[in-house]
Design a protein. Structure first.
Length: 133
């Protein structure tokens, strides 16, 4: 995918109504836009595991993107393992999150979050809500 252009997107992972048996994918981007010298270390990204569900409902992929030198205008994904250092002033590539939802349950799901755990200038857990409507 091409890089997302806004640092605040998404403020939620909005899936809306997903029919039983379908999948839906949302992307997010983490970047360190601190103008000073504070590094940010992404320690963990956690997707919810609702109780009493026969199989995982979410799949998470972490990656960076860069322009494809062979095919201008296209982008290459590079898988990332955690922890991942986001250097100050965006000196390292942004970290992308692909959160895939598998609608393998036919029931209402509670309010959930994708949690991003970081350490650096201040330890932080940032919860991005999952929205169903």
């Amino acid at each position: 995918p091409a890089p997302l252009t806004s640092c605040v997107d998404p403020t939620v992972f909005g899936y809306g109504l997903v029919p039983y048996g379908d999948t839906s994918v949302r992307l997010g981007r983490l970047s360190n836009s601190n103008p000073k010298n504070a590094s940010l270390l992404v320690e963990a990204v956690e997707v919810p595991e609702p109780p009493a569900v026969p199989a995982p409902l979410f799949e998470l992929d972490l990656f960076t993107v860069e322009p494809d030198p062979v095919n201008p205008g296209t982008w290459l994904e590079h898988p990332v393992e955690l922890p991942y250092l986001l250097a100050p002033q965006q000196a390292t590539p942004d970290l992308y999150l692909r959160v895939t939802f598998f609608a393998d349950v036919d029931r209402y799901l509670d309010y959930m979050f994708v949690s991003v755990v970081t350490t650096g200038a201040s330890d932080l857990v940032y919860d991005v809500p999952i929205v169903w409507v």
